[in-house]
Design a protein. Sequence first.
Length: 519
Amino acid sequence: MESGEWRQQVWREPLLLEYPDRRPEPYASIEPAAVEASMEKPVPPPLKRRGKPNIPGLSEPEIIRHYTRLSSMSYGVDQGPVPLGSCTMKYNPRIAFKHVFTGRLRRVHPLQPDETVQGLLEMLYQLQEWLAHILGMDTCILHPAAGAHGELAGVLTIRKYHELAGQLSVKREIIVPDSAHGTNPASASMAGFRVVEVPTGPDGNVDMEALRSAVGESTAGLMLTNPSTLGLFEERIEEIAGLVHKVGGLLYYDGANLNGIMGYARPGDMGFDIAHVNVHKTFSSPHGGGGPGAGPVCFKDVEVPGTGLRLSDIAPGARVVYDEREGLYRVRWNTRGVGRIRMWAFNTLPLVWAYIYILSLGSVGLRRATERAVINTNYFLSLVRGIEGYTLPYAPGRPRKHEAVLSAKPLERETGVNAEDVAKGLLDRGFYAPTIYFPLIVDEALMVEFTETETPENIQAYVRALEEIAAEARASPEKAKSRPLNTSVGRVDQVYANRPRTLTPSWRVYLRRAREGGG
Ligand SMILES: *Cc1c(COP(=O)(O)O)cnc(C)c1O
């Protein structure tokens, strides 16, 4: 695909509720009376709908057109590259799609007896084992519903560990590097810890001097991402682990994105005690728009001092176990520790998706996915290196792993066109934008991650687009700042949704505002 030859469809599409009510034939929605007549038992009266629902009757083709039009006004990984650093938008293999979305899995209920879902539980059990192997840990729990939720599960476990060891009054602090994802300090502080930030050195590693002075008696633990969000492998990880363990702290690994090391290096071997992984980033479960995801969290068999319990015994949620005596897989809730942090045991579909991804690639395929992802990043860097306007802060000579963070600061200084404008320019050239303004330690950050499936041609076209944008910024900064012009939606007001009262987040809020009068 050449850049500059692309334009997105625009439809004036009303809401389905705004369509006229036609009760059309022949593809009309099914009549409740016909459904009831076909049932073995009648619907109990309290469950019966009184009167007609206040929605228009629409035909199947009308509804399908509606959603197809909407989808053509959007952009996704099935249309082109989505090199969204850290968030990792992998291609979602159709083999998993087929099994997860069209099978009987969709009809399983979370309260169904274990005996009736043995096949599903066996898959989840196997996934726990595989993840433990991939991460180099001893026990995995599939309970958390997202990466940040996995982190919360992990730091609550750290808290419980110190509490049971009688140390919680002293162990008040969690150390987090300044390159961390924002969810790390948020999780630590939600669990009641004070967050101590340590800076990144010019070589892209954690500043050891600063770390040495931050580690002390009050250190409950350290949260680290490795490779970091800069895509750089922390070279002194074993020394760091030694420092934290020496003062009785635990090491937490943010493995949201394992794409840079999967099959090659394992957090368990680096000295980490707890690690989570996002199946929706590393193992290709679809995500975006808030979910659904899953953030399994894994533990080393570290003993909680003086209790005879291990970390996984005090972790939140449920685990799938195999009961030898019964010959059955069982969902077993952990009752001795943190407790449950969500209603149901697991977010099953993304987990089954991950199971299928791992099974279909196998150990050789997983290693190859890592190799491709890392080669793609470094191929991209080799092409982008000569383009004026962009730099690679922090150790530009060091190879990156799954992602790289460029800075558009030189371009911004020269032309006024900033990282946000570059992102909009990429949208206009048929690409998804990179992650921007993160990590916070890079000015005008453009965080790019191609993943394992992107082709060299697409990476070349992306780099040409970056080059075109820099040229346009010099020739006509106004034009560069007015983009996107070819997309279905132009520049949006980025902060509008965050202003107070823009959104009505719940029915209760709606009613309260209606009572108070005004918006
Ligand atoms: C995405 C991400 C998270 C948070 O994961 P969610 O599933 O979005 O909650 C945490 N850390 C890193 C490094 C991430 O990339």
